[in-house]
Design a protein around this ligand. Sequence first.
Ligand SMILES: [Zn+2]
Length: 133
Amino acid sequence: MFTLIAEKRQKVLDELGQGLSRECNACRTPFVPVKGFERLCPICFKLDRGYELYVGDKALLQLQEQHRTLQAEYDALGDRYRRVRSKAKALMKNSSLLPQRVEQLIRLCHPDKHGGSSLSTEVTQWLLSVRKK
Ligand SMILES: [Zn+2]
């Protein structure tokens, strides 16, 4: 029974065609224009004309709102991905300079240049441990 329903669903989808969706001028959700010239989705068309919305129309309206929510989440994730990627690139760039900077600091802090002070010894030991990592 469900196989037959699936076949009928696919037949309708095939009739609608693939990749021919258009964005509704009023609500900006995608829809498939059946006649090819429609500029409004079926829901906005009916609302514009003052036609009654049937159960199927109301179900489509709910799906359009779910689509809008998911699209907003998708867009937000895309923005977040681009920000994280940008930060990662900056960190990679800085981390490649770190070994060179550690060597410079070791030379500057070496205890021989600071009368063997305990602070320079401690900092140099820490820098040496950082260099090993
Ligand atoms: Zn619409």
